[in-house]
Design a protein around this ligand. Structure first.
Ligand code: UGA
Length: 471
């Protein structure tokens, strides 16, 4: 493994003959669309490919099919500049690209904890037969260790022998809501390669990233390593982040009965640079399309490798995370003086306003959202739930159709016996507790993200309960 700060130019012959490698991004979901736009912005000729025609039509029309701050503007700018195109033709993608980045989803399989690799297989098998000159296929999707070698075998089986196509792995670390910065100004890039040519091609494909860093007097560390390490970097990083969140949520569980305040605790331990203050926000826990399914797929893969015990703690990380969701419902029953039956708390005839549906703010993503999971649990306990979210209403309604949706926070809170804030949108942080108190039926609030000011809310007459904070 080598760690290097890149030198400005690494000479490599680009197969298409273009001055810079032409890039395709296969799969224009969150990852692929964001990368396609950002790399066009960095000056590359880019083609985004997807099997989903309506999604491609939207992108061509300058519309981002999901919410990501700043992306619409960059999409339209780069479409207009002619550097960025989208297609549903895999033949066009094959003919165009020097480097093909695989950005398709790897969701959890319906029948196990493992990752579903069928989209990776489909796109590689579709692309490979049309590669008539040398090209590099680079995996970006989060995958179980061993996938890159398997992709190599697929390529060997399906690509014309003369094309000598190579494979590499370069995981991504973008965070929804912060994706542009993460792609344009990454804190590191990882190249899992088998040849000097693949390494040089990846350097050439990231020259725009390095040049931008140089103009801003930054350095971007590059870790050049083998396939397995590159694949593991991603899942290990996500497992660590999930563990950190569950650690602080376990501390919140201890704080609750002992009268300690987990927000102070996190601040105090975070001052130790070895611990760090990031990803120590206690609350309803982690969700989204990445952390939950990644820690499960990682455990499944470790079991296949005969080392399941090594990751048994991730099962506990998952359990702590799930418990936080249930805790909100339990707390709701406790605060409203509702009885617990064998089937859990009985919240019938209680009106609950839920503020937040997405798995985090600045996103419209509701995949495995803790907020929506709590909504389901509240509704199953008999509560009449009204949900409001600034960006996630459409996705939430599709996911949980059988609850009410309000057009504003104030509408959701009107007549509610209990308010639960479950996503820390700015709009909720800065909501006026006095105005909400006037329309609510009961002044009880559960702050599932510890994002409200308890002093202000209590002063406005609310009974405030945070997560892992004194009553
Ligand atoms: C995560 C990783 O942070 C990225 O580095 C990675 O590239 C990405 O997954 C991926 O695999 O593609 P993301 O899913 O966008 O990014 O969201 P995070 O910011 O990691 O948040 C995940 C969840 O943890 C959210 O529900 C958030 O509310 C929660 N969280 C985060 C906490 O509960 N406490 C914290 O202190 C931080």
């Amino acid at each position: 493994m080598t760690i290097q700060y890149p030198t400005p130019s690494t000479a490599v012959t680009v197969p298409s003959g273009a001055a810079r490698p032409r890039l395709t991004f296969l799969g224009t979901g969150y990852l692929g669309a964001t990368y396609a736009v950002c790399f066009a912005e960095l000056g590359y000729e880019v083609l985004g490919y997807d099997v989903d025609g309506p999604k491609i039509d939207k992108l061509r029309a300058g519309e981002v099919p999901f919410h990501e701050p700043g992306l619409d503007e960059l999409l339209r700018k780069n479409l207009a500049a002619g550097r960025l195109r989208f297609t549903t033709s895999i033949e066009d993608a094959a003919a165009f690209g020097d480097i093909h980045f695989v950005c398709v989803g790897t969701p959890q399989r319906a029948d196990s904890m493992a990752a579903d690799l069928s989209y990776v297989e489909d796109v590689v098998v579709a692309l490979a037969p049309h590669l008539h000159r040398k090209a590099l296929i680079v995996g970006k999707s989060t995958v179980p260790v061993g996938t890159a070698e398997w992709v190599e075998q697929l390529v060997e089986r399906h690509a014309p022998e003369t094309s000598a196509v190579e494979v590499a792995w370069s995981p991504e670390f973008l965070q929804e809501g912060h994706a542009l910065e993460d792609v344009l100004r990454p804190n590191r890039v990882i190249f899992g390669v088998r040849s000097d040519w693949a390494n040089a091609m990846l350097f050439a494909a990231h020259k725009g990233v390095f040049d931008l860093a140089a103009t801003e007097d930054r350095e971007v560390p590059v870790v050049v390593t083998n396939f397995a390490t590159a694949e593991l970097v991603k899942v290990a990083a996500n497992a660590f982040l999930a563990t950190k969140i569950s650690f602080i949520n376990a501390m919140a569980e201890i704080c609750e009965p002992s009268g300690a305040d987990v927000t102070m605790l996190a601040r105090a331990i975070g001052y130790d640079a070895r611990i760090g203050n990031k990803f120590l926000r206690a609350g309803v826990g982690f969700g989204g399309g990445c952390l939950p399914k990644d820690i499960r797929a990682f455990q499944a893969r470790a079991q296949e490798l005969g080392v399941g015990e090594a990751l048994r703690f991730l099962h506990e990380v998952d359990l702590i995370n799930q418990r936080r969701r249930q805790w909100v419902v339990q707390l709701a029953a406790e605060l409203l003086g509702r009885p617990f039956g064998p089937a859990g708390p009985d919240l019938s005839d209680v009106r609950v306003a839920v503020l937040g549906a997405t798995f985090k703010p600045a996103s419209d993503d509701v995949r495995d959202s803790p907020a929506l999971s709590v909504v389901r649990k509240l509704s199953r306990s008999g509560a009449d739930v009204s949900v409001y979210d600034p960006e996630g209403m459409e996705n939430a309604r599709r996911e949980v159709p059988d609850v009410s949706y309000a057009r504003s926070a104030i509408e959701a809170v009107t007549g509610a016996d209990l308010v639960c804030v479950l996503t820390e949108w700015e709009e909720f942080r800065h909501a006026d507790p006095s105005a909400l108190a006037e329309v609510a039926a009961g002044r009880v609030v559960i702050d599932g993200r510890n994002c409200l000011d308890p002093v202000l809310w209590r002063r406005a007459g609310w009974e405030y309960r945070g997560m892992g904070r004194p009553a």
